[in-house]
Design a protein around this ligand. Structure first.
Ligand code: ATP
Ligand code: MG
Length: 212
């Protein structure tokens, strides 16, 4: 469970998060929406402890994502809006993830296969040299293989072709009902059948929070 109280994050004197209050229960499946610049990415990055709040608080299962970063991240898989420029080859990346997150490499291979990512042919390639869609598939495969309590996707399908998009959503339908998920998206129709809650942000505030 995530409890956000009066969260304020300022960049250049602008409240990018402006007194956000939100409680996310275990098993919630959330579509997080709102215009460009609304603060969606900033909110999830704060949940993940990437950003220090200027005031207010965030607790993930009672823990501060800043002070207990390692513990908090153990239970969360995050697919960023822009893939990081990882220099490791796919083999090295898989080894790294296996060691650091107790993920079985075989599980990554299986998820990749289901997303039509030609993993075997690309194992020696550095991650940053993959195509945009391949990077996204790789990150999704790792996230799903990790079997986290919570998945956070920041516009995960932006680079995926229509077929890959469909496969991705099929995989999500199989997720355990207890898994909490946050989808940041501009395409509600794609996640509508997967969510039980729609949250809209604008100008750093939660302006609508609807259970469906
Ligand atoms: N690291 C940063 N430094 C300075 N300003 C930032 C930083 N990150 C975000 N911002 C600003 O905060 C505001 C909200 O950005 P954010 O990325 O959270 O929006 P978003 O809702 O995710 O938008 P989009 O739909 O375009 O992804 C924007 O005005 C952005 O310029
Ligand atoms: Mg964003």
């Amino acid at each position: 469970m995530i409890v956000i109280k009066e969260a304020v994050k300022r960049f250049l004197d602008v409240n990018v998060l402006d007194h956000v209050n939100l409680t996310i229960e275990d098993g919630d499946k959330i579509a997080l929406m709102g215009p460009n610049g609304a603060g969606k990415t900033t909110l999830v990055r704060s949940i993940l402890g990437f950003y220090h709040l200027d005031s207010g608080s965030i607790e993930v299962d009672g823990l501060s994502p800043i002070k207990m970063r390692q513990r908090v991240l153990t239970n969360i898989s995050f697919i960023p809006q822009t893939p990081p420029p990882i220099k490791l080859s796919l083999t090295e990346l898989i080894e790294y993830v296996a060691k650091s997150s107790q993920v079985v490499p075989q599980a990554i291979f299986e998820e990749a296969k289901r997303l039509d990512l030609a993993l075997e042919q690309n194992l020696s390639k550095p991650f940053f040299k993959l195509s945009g869609g391949m990077k996204q598939k790789m990150l999704i495969a790792i996230a799903l293989a990790k079997k986290s309590k919570m998945l956070i996707f920041d516009e995960p399908t932006a680079n995926l072709d229509p077929k890959a998009r469909e496969k991705f959503y099929n995989l999500l339908e199989e997720l355990d009902a207890k898994t909490s998920t946050i989808y940041i998206t501009h395409r509600l129709e794609e996640v509508e059948s997967l969510v039980n809650r729609k949250i809209y942000m604008d100008l750093g505030k939660v302006v609508e929070d609807e259970r469906v």
